[in-house]
Design a protein around this ligand. Structure first.
Ligand code: ADP
Ligand code: MG
Length: 599
């Protein structure tokens, strides 16, 4: 009997949704990008409970015909490309044709849409991929799409959403990435009936000011100078902050051909341009827009990826650095400016210079432990991925972490074989391959959970110091410690003010007994200051994370078998154990298939 079968669409869509729609912010991005692709001049975003309850996007774009309104929700339905070749001349934001299919698989979607030439519009309502209603309706030209109760049918996902505050911040960040490249489109963003942003049509500069020009963000365009360079290879324009206006917490944005991108190597170029002009931990804010032939960049095929590869990164690095220096030179008397000799500077190589990496195949159906109450009725066939080309991860970074949308059961860590490798990883043999667990990060996750709990109930285990140490602080740090004091006490620090600019440390969290407390406290202060968390919850997360990083077992420490099993048991007992609180991968799998291939 044949055992391979095609997955029903609803299941395939849910799997894809795991990739495309990870949180409300990714859903918002897809919807707003669709509006822009549809030529909207006005886009309204209405959100409830940080997107958990409602995400609505209303546009005045071209709208859809009755037929298209239904087709739009089919997998790989797109009006934007017809053949593979089109991928290389993309000018639209979307092209994969899977956003709407993914969204409607994991939410309740209601859409009304009308084209200018049609008298009546169309209403479509879809709940978890099931069309529950499609009928003609009266509505304005454009599209109005309402996404309610995101992940209503994927409880695990829903449970793993962060606090409303964090999800709202993600939504806004995603929104910034888009609105900063569409100053000619007006936008509003409403959250729980409060207008958070009202962005009229204007220039790029006015848009930046409209988004960030509030006292809290401390970014005013008067604090910036303009960058503008045209070369045959690339056009670079935008704004960079005057050195004297730099802060510890910067707004840093790169855009390429109208898309936001992250680019650590180019960030380095900007930073290098500022060398010698900024105090040690100050960061330059910038908004830089690149224009380049689409053929010279790698198409951003992965829906959630914001890194983009350029054909000639080193040359662009030079051009970028020189343009920023030139712009700064007009406004400062920095003696270091020497446009003719940018090569004299110590220019780092791209962090990701082309090297061939091993190709790691991923089995997304893989569950290292036993599945209980899995979302999918059956395990997808091993090669399901090839069914959906668009889904394949084309980045050359091996994606070996385990998909997050599974409920897992604690593995039988008492009985499976475990080893330590390289003083860094714990290896666990499992049915599907070799699990590799980063020992330091695993411990960070365990400690983080502990610290967060202690902060919640205010009773961290404390170890008294025999010889109290002195923490000398600058004035702003004194203020900060004052603010953090209750939380630092709750987590186990015993601090007493000694003088107007120092505290004595008399006790430390028991987990920290091995470390010298002064650098740890300084690290916490620096992190809190740099990240600028603004709620107590975020403070606490930052404190707990920094503390956990300091207290966790380091690399190179040999672990006994008992220690390894203990750590694993504590790790898998956490609600989220695949990544640390700051998103680093803890668990990775080398599949059985991958191992066999080598022989
Ligand atoms: P993609 O954007 O990759 O084509 P989507 O799933 O996001 O895929 O959308 C599918 C199709 O639905 C689009 O190609 C477009 O034709 C249509 N569509 C989606 N949103 C809108 C909108 N707001 N206005 C007009 N057409 C839309
Ligand atoms: Mg789209």
């Amino acid at each position: 009997m044949d055992i391979i079968h095609l997955l029903p669409d609803s299941v395939a869509n849910q799997i894809a949704a795991g990739e495309v729609i990870q949180r409300p912010a990714s859903c918002l991005k897809e919807l707003v990008e669709n509006s822009l692709d549809a030529g909207a001049t006005r886009v309204q975003v209405i959100v409830r409970d940080a997107g958990r309850t409602l995400l609505q996007v209303i546009d005045d774009g071209v709208g859809m015909s009755e037929m298209d309104a239904r087709l739009a929700f089919e997998r790989h339905a797109t009006s934007k490309i017809r053949e593979a070749q089109d991928l290389y001349s993309l000018r639209t934001m979307g092209f994969r044709g899977e956003a709407l299919a993914s969204i409607c698989a994991v939410a309740q979607v209601e859409m009304t849409t009308r084209r200018k030439e049609d008298e009546t519009g169309t209403l479509v309502e879809i709940h978890g991929s099931d069309v529950v209603r499609q009928e003609p309706c009266a509505c304005p030209v454009g599209t109005n799409i309402k996404v309610s109760n995101l992940f209503f049918n994927v409880p695990v996902r829903r449970k793993f959403l962060k606090t409303d505050q964090t999800e709202l911040r993600n939504l806004l960040n995603e929104f910034y990435h888009i609105v900063l490249v569409y100053p000619k489109v007006s936008f509003t963003f409403v959250h729980n009936d409060e207008i958070l942003l009202e962005l009229p049509v204007g220039t790029e500069k006015q848009r930046i000011e409209a988004v960030f020009g509030n006292p809290k963000k401390n970014v005013y365009t008067s604090a910036f100078v303009e960058v503008k360079t045209e070369t045959e290879m690339v056009g670079i324009r935008g704004f960079v902050i005057k050195p004297e206006n730099a802060t510890r917490k910067a707004e840093q944005y790169f855009f390429v051909n109208g898309r936001y991108m992250r680019h650590p190597y180019f960030q380095k170029a900007v930073q290098t341009a500022y060398s010698g002009m900024l105090t040690a931990d100050y960061q330059p804010s910038y908004f830089i827009y690149f224009d380049i032939d689409p053929q010279a960049i790698d198409v951003n095929i992965h829906p959630t990826k914001t890194e983009i590869k350029f054909a000639d990164e080193q040359t662009i690095f030079q051009i970028l650095m020189a343009s920023v220096r030139e712009a700064l030179g007009k406004f400062t008397l920095a003696p270091t400016i020497d446009f003719d000799a940018p090569n004299n500077l110590d220019i780092p190589l791209p962090a990701d210079a082309p090297v061939s990496r091993p190709q790691v195949t991923v089995d997304p159906g893989y569950n290292p432990f036993h599945t209980r109450g899995a979302i999918y009725p059956e395990r997808p066939p091993k090669n399901w991925e090839s069914l959906y080309d668009g889904l394949q991860n084309t980045s050359n970074r091996p994606q070996t972490d385990i998909p997050e949308s599974r409920e897992v059961e604690v593995p039988d860590v008492e009985h499976v074989p475990v080893w330590q490798y390289g003083g860094k990883y714990i290896l666990v043999a499992s049915e599907d391959g070799l699990l590799m667990i980063n020992q330091h990060r695993a411990h960070v996750a365990v400690l983080y959970a502990q610290f967060m709990e202690q902060l919640g109930i205010s009773q961290g285990a404390m170890q008294q110091l025999l010889f109290p140490e002195v923490l000398a602080l600058a004035q702003d740090e004194m203020v900060l410690v004052g603010q953090l004091l209750p939380d630092l006490k709750a987590i186990g620090f015993d601090l007493e003010q000694l003088s107007p600019d120092s505290y004595s440390i008399q006790g430390v969290p028991a987990q920290l007994a091995q470390q010298s407390p002064v650098p740890v406290l300084q690290h916490i202060l620096a992190q809190v200051r740099e990240r600028g968390p603004d709620t107590q919850r975020e403070w606490r997360e930052q404190i707990a994370l920094t503390l956990a990083q300091n207290a966790a077992i380091p690399y190179g420490k040999n672990l006994s078998e008992v220690e390894m099993r203990d750590l694993l048991a504590r790790l898998v007992a956490l609600p989220q154990y695949r990544r640390t609180a700051d998103g680093k991968i803890i668990v990775s799998l080398l599949t059985d298939e991958e191992i066999n291939k080598r022989f």
